[in-house]
Design a protein around this ligand. Sequence first.
Ligand SMILES: NC(=O)c1ccc[n+]([C@@H]2O[C@H](COP(=O)([O-])OP(=O)(O)OC[C@H]3O[C@@H](n4cnc5c(N)ncnc54)[C@H](O)[C@@H]3O)[C@@H](O)[C@H]2O)c1
Length: 500
Amino acid sequence: MTSISQAACIGGGVIGGAWAARFLLAGIDVNMFDPHPEAERIVGEVLANAERAYAMLTMAPLPPKGKITFCKSVEEAVEGADWIQESVPERLELKLDVITQIDAAAHPKALIGSSTSGLMPTDLQRDMKHPERMFVAHPYNPVYLLPLAELVGGQKTSAETLKAAQEKLAPIGMKGVIIKKEIEAFVGDRLLEAVWREGLWLIHDDICDTETLDDVIRYSFGMRWAQMGMFETYRIAGGEAGMHHFLAQFGPCLSWPWTKLTDVVDLDDALVDKIAAQSDAQSGARGIRELERIRDENLVGIMQALKGGDAGRGWGAGKILAEFEKHLWAQGGVRSGAKQATPDHAAPLRLIDTQVSAAWVDYNGHMTEHRYLQVFGDTSDALLRLIGVDFAYVEAGQSYYTVETHIRHLGEARLGQRLYSTLQILASDEKRIRFFSTIFNAETDEALATAEQLMLHVDSKAGKSIPAPTEVLARLAAITEAHAELPLPEGVGRSVGQKR
Ligand SMILES: NC(=O)c1ccc[n+]([C@@H]2O[C@H](COP(=O)([O-])OP(=O)(O)OC[C@H]3O[C@@H](n4cnc5c(N)ncnc54)[C@H](O)[C@@H]3O)[C@@H](O)[C@H]2O)c1
């Protein structure tokens, strides 16, 4: 996959901040320019929510987080960037001014995407010297979770630009969909606008309130849309008789008074007040950041459920998530913030540095049980990478499987607690590795949990244990010999319930 090596975000509001989070969590450095005096705080809050969401979204090894730099000008921000994303307010004159500045300062081959919700790319590229590399990349909020970007070219955009943009979005977990012809509001916002206009009439005419309208969407076709969209859903609605039958059945509705779409409601003060009051009654008890977190948790749940769709091959947004995870595993990156093991084997290997995220704590405010196992799992994965058992190795059909684990809980880890883990090999032979890992509180070096584990080298297809290849055994033996000199850690060989 072709990757973005350096990104620039011009505008860091709702959308620009979330684009930055998407890039940073994929390990890409971001230069941000936004004249807002509180831009740094706002982007920081979006990034914190995004990190929380990713901790729930995936167990795949995220690369170390990219670095964000707040710049003083467009020129400074675009320097060295090969993807520049413009996300300033939706005003043509302002966008033209900003895009002209980007065009003048950026590398001529850098891709320039605009987040506009509906302006035509031909208008946006009007004054550019290198308009062929400019296009619309219209995302959906929250950009760090929803994978879609509508890619729309203007009259001067080259076909290669759209192809390159599509390729560069895949490694950051996004799906770039190329729209064949430019049109105001593209495809997504055209559809949303139709439903929005109809919704305004329904409130205006007192057919229902905002909460009932939202219930109608989320308890029914909203769920269908999330996984199959419109046409695939209706194909099923046609039953065995198929799409022809469906169209024949519902076609006549087009001439019935089922819509007010052609007649636009007057969004006067009275209607605005009415909608705002109903919305306050519906959602006013919760703050925006809280609603964002609830939304993120729900979206993560939906995407994870869809990852298991179509018999585990993934479906819709879940398929994109599965592909993103495969890419992360192939990269063999280490979990965000993790350190590479020291080549010095004369001490237990320090393998993982991490932090207890909000997704890891239970109703007591403590790190929940299975997250300990996750950190121990990340620790043994890091050992495997160290001895050459990486994604390609596993794909080729061999791996180490964990066959036994004994965890002791010694202390508490709370939300935000920084942790690190160490691993000491107790014994190894051509098929087995027996080892002892410890999770520590990074501030006090207090041991919080230990795990004694046994892994077995297997031929995954045959489903039986086999000796590991000599290169792997040689790397493993070097560590095992060095660790044989270390004292046995306290707690080795304990059985459950044994007195201390
Ligand atoms: N909000 C959405 O749901 C959504 C979804 C998709 C696309 N978009 C599009 O994304 C773009 C940004 O929308 P938003 O919702 O993030 O708006 P926003 O008001 O939250 O953010 C705009 C940011 O641009 C900054 N800005 C203003 N002038 C600037 C300049 N000259 N240079 C750099 N930064 C400047 C502002 O300080 C602000 O932080 C718009 O084109 C919008 O149509 C929005």
